[in-house]
Design a protein around this ligand. Sequence first.
Ligand code: PMP
Length: 435
Amino acid sequence: IVSRYREMTPKSEALFAQAKAIFPSGVTHDGRHLDPYGIYVDRAEGAYKWDVDGNKYIDFFGGHGALLLGHNHPVVMEAVGPALAKGTHFGANHALEVQWAQAVQALVPTAERVRFTSSGTEATLMGLRLARSYTGRHKLVRFKTHFHGWHDHMTGGYANHFDGTSPVGVLDGISDAVVLVAPNDRDGVREALKGGDIAAVILEPTGSSTGMVPTAPGFLEFLREETEKHGTVLIFDEVVTGFRVAPGGAQAHYGIKPDLTSLAKILAGGLPGGAIVGRKDLFDALDYAATAVSGKEKIQHPGTYNANPVSAAAGIAALDHIRTSDACAVANAMGDLVRDKINQVFVEEGVNWACYGTFSSFHTFLNPKGRKIDPLAFDALAIDYEELKGKPKGLSHRIRVAMLVNGVDLNGWPGGNISCMHTAADMEATAEAYR
Ligand code: PMP
């Protein structure tokens, strides 16, 4: 398979040879690292992308989740062109930022206040600061395997730091302020909250990496009740689920109101952008007038690209389209379809894996412990998060290379993000590529 891959991607291999001499691992994002090398993409349209050698792929990277509407959706492109022509950066307030925030509020009613950032990482960082300022407490509760970006408080507990130790390069002391709890562990949450010193609880509402370890039914309601009881701020990290699982995100789907929500990806229609949104009183810490009255120190928040006008134009167009179309429902239906079809292939081929997930994402459970499973009746809630840690990385790379040879670009789960542009025929082709 690797030799076929090399034969069909000589230009990508040549570019990677140059990149290796410049970038660590030859890549600009850990998730784009692939053994022996990843494809170099030349252009993209709808659900597809083409590499520099002219090969076409069904794209499941989906801009790391940003492209619910697929590549170059006409409503986004029509908004971006005129915005670009007016200027890429004003270093000033502009009408589009107001309209963008109103488009967010139209979908996410808990967004009483909005502060734009440049990325999801910055959104969760600001969420934590707002929670600390509001509560006067320092500690954060997070869940093992959940991902919230790469700033210091969010890195331990992901990948190989389930024991709560600080990853290399992160101050040891940070881990003292982060309480790591296993996914869905109610006792762990109760134990952490009972001391009354937790500023915030943060989670991905559908579970780690968009449901790789799913959130158990009732757990979000439990968190809402417990955090309220202890005066702790509840942060939903909806960087992926926002505007995806439903137009109003996971909070709308489940009918639960977090105090703060981090947003990015789909928010900016495929361009860079993020936001922290939520309850008005929590945002007083960023407000000159409110802090003058309260005497509290104001949280500083600069950021050169905050509310960039071109991102704002793309974001308004994408959010308006999501509000007025069935884009989320179409992508969700394609998710059901592709999971089903891939599992049928696993059954027919006698493969002891399962394809699972919720909404418009899918994951391949590679069953590192080789337990007997029925792919068509796979219970993702029974996955032990420790089991995923044993996921054989070499195997997932081999699957991804094999899928590229068969015309499908999976992300590293391995699995993918689905857009409203994917069709039933794409799902059929993806299942056949698995076969
Ligand atoms: N939170 C979640 C749930 C994410 O999936 C990501 C990015 N994959 C982030 C935060 C960080 O966002 P960004 O890459 O824009 O910094």
